[in-house]
Every structure is written in C-alpha cells, then in structure tokens.
Design a protein around this ligand. Structure first.
Ligand SMILES: [Mn+2]
Length: 267
C-alpha cells in the first residue's frame, strides 16, 4: 500500500476480539497501513471470557487474526503476551502457533539501546486496590499479594467465573479513577525499576499515555475499544503514540425503512 509506514516495533493491546465493542474495522485499517519488523501484542487481544459466555466472532475478528498471521508468514516477528482476558494462553509460555510466539513478559531493547519491560499489567490490580494496606505491611505482603492474585484468577478461570475488569471497576469509582490510574502507573514503574530497565510498556487499564514516572518511561498502549491507539517505535528508538481513526471507508447509508418506502410509492 502506497501510504504504509514502516516501524521497528509496534505495540498494541486490549483489542478484546469476541466482544461487541472491539473496533476490528479500525484495527484492520491500521494494520493495512503499518508494517513493523516486530509486532508485540500486549495482552487482552482475544476476550476469552466474553466468548465463554456467548460466542460472538464476526468476520472482522477473523480478518484481524488472518492479517496478523499473514504478517508473520511474510517475516514480521510477532510476540503475544497474554493478558487476563486471554489468560488461557498463559499455560503455553514459549510455544508458537502460526508463527506467533507466546511469552509471559519480555525485555525489549529499543533502537537507542534503552530497555523496556513489556507486560500486560493485570498482576498489579491487587496492589492498586490495596495500596495503602500493602504499603503498611511491606515488601513480603506485596509479593504475597501478587502471588495470591495470580492464584485467584486461575481459580476463577477454572470455576468459569467472569473476568474482573480494572477499567470498568475504575470507571465505577469515578472520583477516584484518576488516582487509581496514577497508582497503577506508579506500581508498574516500580516493577520496571526492580528489573533495572529504562521503561515499561503495558496495557490493561485502557488508558493510552507516554509519561515519565521518576525516570522510568511509562508507556501504556491503550486499547482498540475506545482510544484505538498503538505505540510505534522508530528505527532510532523514538516511541510514537498513534491514534488511528483514519482512512476508514464511510459506511453505506442505511436502507430506507419499508413504511417510508411504501409512503413514497403511494405518493
Ligand atoms: Mn487486561
């Protein structure tokens, strides 16, 4: 395609294929106009929980999957980091399907030598919700809370219980939502610091942003439900937030309702 941009890496997350809110039309359009040496899927690409309740898989979902598989066949390295909605993939770290690698988390070395921790981010939900208590109890409680959270979500999955959505929950707590987002960013940046990296790239909370968190470059890829954003790395390591609403075909006008049509005929 003539107006295709080529990047070193593209990061995107929270597509939620299988939920009615997934903007597969815009994502497909984005994938047509953007190429990369590496594409990293930062979790919640497939909404396994939604699909479990009721199967919703329109052609647009197939188109997105096929587009990604086609890119993989043509030489793009694609890594899939599962999130909490597609955690069934967490049982397969290190495996490959259709040329796509599955990894729990990874360290990405950018073109400028900066190192980024890449993870979905849901393991920190429990820390965000219980920040004050954990700060009081200290490091051991923090580590225990993360282990318990991972265990609980696995149990919930086996029992077929519905997913827990940070973004939906944070929105319900409207007044505090901004604090929760800030708290999430702080906790994830702390994790990056513990891993001795320069930055972190995550998803999960559906809040696209690039921000300095006390020396850690915090990047959240946003989602393909509302923001329709992806993060693209240029060859020199510069990170760019792309918001994609462009180059979409205008939908055909809806058909004239039968009763109006009959009126028109009668007139
Ligand atoms: Mn998530």
């Amino acid at each position: 395609m003539a107006n295709t941009r080529h990047f070193r890496t593209i990061f995107l997350s929270d597509v939620h294929l299988g939920s009615k809110a997934a903007r597969t039309d815009l994502l497909l359009d984005f994938l047509r106009h953007h190429e990369a040496d590496t594409i990293i899927l930062v979790g919640d690409i497939v909404d396994g929980w939604r699909l479990k309740r009721s199967w919703h898989w329109p052609q647009g979902c197939n188109d997105v999957v096929q587009k990604l598989l086609r890119k993989a066949r043509k030489g793009t390295r694609i890594v899939y980091i599962p999130g909490n909605h597609d955690e069934f993939l967490r049982d397969f770290p290190g495996s490959h399907f259709g040329g796509i690698e599955v990894a729990e988390r990874l360290i990405h070395e950018a073109g400028d030598g900066k190192r980024y921790l890449v993870l979905h981010g849901d393991e920190f939900d429990v820390v965000v919700r219980n920040a004050r208590l954990l700060a009081y109890l200290g490091d051991w409680a923090y580590d225990a809370a993360i282990v318990i959270n991972i265990g609980l979500s696995a149990i919930r999955r086996r029992l077929g219980m519905p997913y827990w959505s940070f973004s939906a929950w944070a929105k319900l707590q409207v007044k505090q939502a901004v604090n929760f987002i800030g708290e999430f960013q702080r906790v994830v940046a702390d994790e990056a610091r513990r891993n001795n990296v320069d930055g972190v790239i995550c998803g999960h909370i559906h809040h696209a942003v690039m921000e300095d968190m006390d020396g850690i470059h915090y990047i959240n890829t946003g989602d393909w439900v509302e923001s329709c954003t992806a993060v693209a790395e240029h060859q020199d390591g510069t990170m760019e937030m792309i918001e994609w609403h462009g180059l979409v075909t205008v939908p055909a006008p809806s058909p004239v309702p039968a009763e109006i049509l009959n009126d028109m005929k009668a007139a």
